[in-house]
Every structure is written in structure tokens, then in C-alpha cells.
Design a protein around this ligand. Sequence first.
Ligand code: NI
Length: 221
Amino acid sequence: MSLRQQAEALVHIDEPNVRVTEYQFQPGAETGWHRHMADYVVVPLLDGDLLLEEPGGVARMARLKRHAPYARREGVEHNVVNANAYPFSFIEIEHLKEGLDVKSMLDRFVAAWNAHDLERIMACMTDDCVFWSSAGAHPEGGVFEGREAVAEAFATIFQNFPDAAWIECRITLFGSRALWEWTFIGTGTNGTKTTVLGADILELVESRIRRKNSFRKTMTG
Ligand code: NI
């Protein structure tokens, strides 16, 4: 297997909802495998042929026409190779949908909880973050304000349940809030196994979590 040279990606515009990138390929150079997370438009800067490698071992040639744009939807997965004997380039314009950054942040957040990775959890929280835990001395439950207090409260959960896991997770976004439904399973330090359904209302500010408001069931049987 020959290693191909990598195409060069020059980002011309990087705004919250649009990114414009110019790809420059030497002959035989490739973008590398990537999955498009957003709808996009390609504007070829030259006439030329691209080899498109697609999932399932598919490879096909695409003929591009200088300045003739084409549009594709998010989800496209491929590796793009310059099949010409000369350097080739095109401009890619991505429509970064609102919520895309938030969704990937929430995916990282849930993964970090299951990895017991406090640093990665806190990377998703704002500087002025607040945690309202399910049980505590206040109408809000336990109240923890500021990064230090919140991180300490999160760490306590991992201390109390060294095997804590949040499974059957479902995340729903609505405006500036997200609902994270989960089933918590964990073994307490005294050996007692807990399985409980619960949810968090996550208040979002600029793709980070300002408040984690936790709710869980109480078994009385
Ligand atoms: Ni692509």
C-alpha cells in the first residue's frame, strides 16, 4: 500500500455557521478519509478528475468543471484523491448547522462521565457552572456553584460509586437546553448495587453546559 501525500486545507472563513476551506492537491494527493458533518458545496477551481474512495471498497472517478458548483448533504464519507497529472484545487463551503457543536459536545460529555474523566467532563462546563444534584438540603437538591465546587461534587459521585455507569442514554435538544435521560448503575462502597432511572436538564451557553440539573427516581419498595 502506497502512502499518498496529503492535500493542503486552507481555511478562508471560519464563522459559527459557515466554513470555507480551499483544498490544494499535488498530483496523487488525498484528503484522507473523512465524514462530512454538515451540508456542503464544492466549487472546483480547475477542470479535472477526482478519484472518490467510498465505504465498502467503492472507488469512482468524478469529473469536475471549473467554477461549476455542486452540493452534497451531511453524512457523506469518502477519501478524495487528485487523479490529475497536475496540481488541483477546489473550494468547499460548509453550512454548519446550529446545534452541531452542541451535539458533539454532549456526546463527549456523556462519554466522559462513563470514562470517569473529570477533566473532560469539566471541559464541557462553563466557568460559572452550577450543579443541582438530585438530593440535598435545598428545593433545588444539592447546590454547587463554580467550577471548583462542581468538580468536587462530580468527583464525589465517582468516589461513592467506583463503577458508576450511565447507560440507555438519550439526548434531546430543545433550544438552549438539552435533556439527558439515563439509567444509572453503580455499586456503592458498601457493596450495594444501585440501578435508577433519571435525567438531567442541561442549560447550554455557547456550546457548553452552564447548569446540570439532575433528577432521579426514588425506590420505596
Ligand atoms: Ni469530502
